[in-house]
Design a binder for this molecule. Structure first.
Ligand SMILES: Nc1ncnc2c1ncn2[C@@H]1O[C@H](COP(=O)(O)OP(=O)(O)O)[C@@H](O)[C@H]1O
Ligand SMILES: [Mg+2]
Length: 396
């Protein structure tokens, strides 16, 4: 191809300069139909960033980035887990993919509070007994809870949920200074289908691995939040962090939630303590992890990081099949584009900030793209495979 640029090889300095300059001023959107080379280009780019000692965090829902050499890889449910206490009730329910009545939701929130008291204030195992406990003493316990005391054992959540159904006696033995004197068995029975669904979901192997409820002695697992904190704070010699979320492959809703949470956490950590060095955050096939509902967009971590990350030196690199899969408000935030083959001319027309010829974008061969760097005219580039790929993917 005439005038083609090779951005994955060191030999073509001009292309590298273009891309790396681009990397540090704008977010980058990589688009193209399935099989057009988006993931390969992203891997190439990540190799390039490694050469330049740049930091990157890849949230990898499919496990495709496990083959990237020189990366620190954490696989959720394998060598890392999520702390349940990090999630609100609604987030927990979303992660478990459960819809419950407002009564059960209230009970669940209460159960979490009670387990937090039991676990952090009393440092005791098992459930927090409500039966026969004084209301006044409960208030005291509750007041001692701080943000530091958020962790709790998810394994006890079901039993604690039953404990939430205590009520006073219904006759003149009733003592209204107590949380309760008997179990409201009728209410438990009414909620039983939902309660057992919660029980089963919490006991499923996926969620046991996700929240590390098994706690197998002798295995080393790190908490995901802690990993992010360390990685964002210390510039380690390995600057590529892959968080493999493929355990949740069959739970796109949970992946969406966790990706959103992790991105908000990255933002929060940066806001609190901006270590200065730029961080590239990568999500492949990002449209799958965005809410369908425009109103929910403002609360989504991808959107928040794209909107607020630049001033914190956080650069987002997203890939998606079609620019039309991204809400226009999000699309407009990308200054740099790598456009692989797009079949539909309305897709090409929807690219933010550039006018590309649909006759060209629809004919791009695999691995070729138009590179649109903000402030420069678009250039046709051919993406070379990284050296390790050509070596047959052999690496330590
Ligand atoms: N730059 C490239 N050079 C050579 N082959 C490529 C290149 N990009 C992609 N390919 C080939 O095309 C296949 C599909 O590419 P991939 O990156 O997975 O596409 P996408 O992520 O857009 O679906 C890859 O497995 C690879 O064999
Ligand atoms: Mg891909």
């Amino acid at each position: 191809m005439q005038g083609a640029l090779h951005f994955s090889t060191i030999t073509d300095q001009s292309a590298i300069d273009r891309l790396t300059n681009a990397m540090f001023s704008c977010h980058l959107l990589i688009v193209g139909q399935t099989g057009s080379g988006k993931t390969t280009s992203t891997l190439s780019l990540l190799s390039q960033l490694q050469q330049l000692d740049q930091t990157a965090i890849i949230l990898d829902p499919t496990g495709e980035y496990a083959k990237l050499p020189n990366a620190i890889t954490y696989r959720l449910g394998d060598n890392c887990y999520l702390e349940a206490g990090w999630l609100t009730v609604d987030q927990l329910l979303a992660a478990l993919q459960l819809r419950v009545s407002s009564l059960v939701r209230t009970k669940l929130r209460q159960a979490i509070t009670d387990l937090q008291i039991q676990h952090n204030i009393y440092s005791e195992q098992g459930t927090y007994r409500r039966l026969g406990r004084r209301l006044a003493s409960y208030r005291e316990d509750e007041n001692q809870l701080g943000a530091w005391a958020s962790d709790y054992p998810l394994t006890d959540l079901f039993a604690q949920l039953i404990e939430e159904f205590v009520i006073p006696y219904a006759d003149d033995r009733a003592d209204y200074t107590l949380l309760g004197q008997q179990y409201d068995r009728a209410a438990i029975n009414r909620a039983w289908p939902v309660l057992t669904a919660i029980h089963d979901q919490l006991a499923s192997p996926t969620f046991q691995a996700l929240f590390d409820t098994g706690h197998h002695a002798g295995t080393m697992k790190s908490e995901l939040n802690f990993i992010l904190k360390m990685f964002l704070h210390h510039q380690s010699s390995h600057r590529t962090l892959v968080i493999d979320l493929s355990l949740l492959k069959n739970y796109e809703g949970s992946q969406q939630l966790i990706i959103s949470l992790l991105l908000k956490e990255i933002l929060r950590l940066r806001l609190r303590d901006n270590a200065g060095f730029p961080v590239n955050v990568v999500i492949d096939e990002a449209h799958r992890y965005l809410p369908q509902d425009e109103h929910a967009l403002a609360d989504n971590g991808i959107f928040q990081l794209v909107r607020e990350g630049r001033k914190l030196n956080l650069k987002m690199i997203l890939t998606t099949q079609s620019p039309l899969d991204l809400p226009a408000r999000l699309r407009a935030q990308f200054g740099d584009l790598l456009v692989h083959r797009l079949l539909d001319q309305t897709e090409t027309a929807s690219l933010p900030g550039v006018k590309l010829d649909p006759a060209v974008t629809s004919q791009l061969p695999v691995g070729s793209a138009e590179l649109c760097v903000l402030g420069e005219s678009p250039a046709l580039v051919r993406v070379n495979l990284p050296q390790w790929w050509k070596d047959g993917g052999r690496h330590e």
